[in-house]
Design a binder for this molecule. Structure first.
Ligand code: PLP
Length: 402
């Protein structure tokens, strides 16, 4: 049995779960849609309540104490993002607060990328990941074309069987005019780690890499000082990492290629969102992201190992992770996301059946770009609050539909 499975649960996990009021209030329901957005711990709710009832004001303007405190909190949230991501050189990076990953990627595509590209240049982007990591790059190409600059947008090559990038083909695809690569850290449908270190090895040391980390920040430890994570942009959704809806951030390295514009005070920022992000990252660090990752992994292994044995279900992507009893390294496992189809029951019907038993899952096309869009599926996605008992109950129900 994989090591992670033995580590499941523990008192710390029960204590962590008890801090999510919405879960305590609805014991009849099981939330399995954290890849869409996470639930919020009491500490985040308290921080927001405290801020709104003690010092709510605008940021970056005003000189009275509430305004100063608001400005400080927003600035602190930006610095906290750097700390949380293990930024080894915070004086050479910047953080932009956004409403989520979609806005973050669009900001890079609109405000930074066009200035890096000349006629005949190429960029490589994922065509089968989340739509949010494709559409902004296509829009940038369109914008440039309107100005008379032709840029080629090429697909990051992938292995059709597993959903992983094809790193060998990628090395061949990189040419003298390749200027930028966009990739995903953890796939939002397959849950697999997309092995960024291999992307860097394939494209060489100079080309900026932008990482969609929507499904990894707050789930997996991220240490930007680690040579295996040599990227130039990390984009994530605060709301998937326990902060309020409408939160997210872009971390930009500012050293390989001209910098993203320094974060400033254009308009009123989402101050409450920044407060919630600060509290969420504090909470995650206090609990320990390593511990969260190991717990979520243990539940994911339980789910994939048992689901992989049920003939009526097709589990999408990452076939290696379905090998029962295999001891796979974490990088080849799924990280809290398992997507599947029943071979006879349509996915939207399966979604209704699951909800009739209290399980809230995602059952649609999962915003995936490309042809996969046509086929619905059911996605179970986990966070720190989910328990082994919930997964056992889910599996019992899925088994009963065999
Ligand atoms: N990228 C990935 C991999 C995602 O999973 C998601 C959301 O599900 C997004 C981007 C979009 O995130 P947001 O809704 O915060 O803009």
């Amino acid at each position: 049995m994989p090591q992670e499975t033995q580590d499941a649960g523990g008192d710390w996990q029960a204590r962590a779960r008890a801090q999510f009021p919405i879960l305590a209030r609805h014991p009849e329901l099981t939330y399995l849609d954290s890849a869409a957005t996470s639930q919020k711990p009491q500490a985040v709710l308290d921080a927001v309540q405290d801020y709104l009832t003690t010092s709510n004001a605008n940021a970056g303007r005003g000189t009275y104490p509430w305004a100063n405190r608001t400005t400080e909190l927003v600035e602190r949230a930006r610095e906290r993002v750097k700390e949380f991501l293990g930024d080894p050189a915070p004086d050479r990076s910047s953080v932009h607060l956004t409403s989520g990953t979609s806005e973050g990627l669009r900001t890079i595509a609109r405000d930074w990328l066009p200035h890096q590209l000349a006629d005949g240049d190429e960029i490589l982007v994922p065509y089968e990941d989340h739509r949010a990591n494709l559409e902004p790059w296509l829009e940038a190409r369109q914008l440039l074309a309107e100005r008379g600059t032709r840029v080629q947008v090429r697909a990051l090559p992938r292995q059709s069987s597993s959903g992983e990038y094809d790193h060998r083909a990628l090395a061949d695809a990189v040419g003298p005019r390749t200027r930028f690569v966009a990739a995903t850290h953890v796939h939002h449908v397959y849950g697999g780690d997309m092995n960024v270190h291999r992307i860097r090895a394939a494209v060489g040391p100079e080309i900026p890499i932008c990482l969609d980390a929507a499904q990894s920040v707050g789930h997996l430890p991220i240490r930007l000082g680690d040579p295996a994570l040599d990227v130039d942009f990390v984009v994530f959704s605060g709301h998937k990492a326990l902060a309020l809806p409408g939160t997210g951030a872009v971390w930009a390295r500012n050293s390989r290629g001209p910098a993203l514009r320094p974060a400033g005070w254009a308009g009123t920022p989402n101050t409450v969102g920044a407060v919630s992000l600060l509290a969420a990252l504090d909470w995650l660090d206090a609990v320990g992201v390593d511990r969260v990752a190991a717990h979520v992994m243990s539940l994911t292994v339980l789910l994939t190992d048992r689901l992989g044995r049920l003939d009526s279900y097709e589990v999408l992507g990452c076939p290696a992770s379905l090998t029962a009893d295999s001891v796979l390294p974490a990088a080849q496992r799924r990280h809290g996301i398992v997507t599947f189809r029943h071979r006879e029951i349509p996915s939207d019907d399966l979604g209704f059946i699951l909800f009739s038993h209290g399980f809230m899952v995602r059952a649609d096309s999962l915003c995936q770009a490309g042809a996969h869009e046509q086929n619905g599926s059911v996605r179970v996605s986990l966070h720190v609050y989910n328990t082994r008992e919930e997964i056992d109950r889910l599996l019992a129900l899925l088994e009963s539909l065999e």
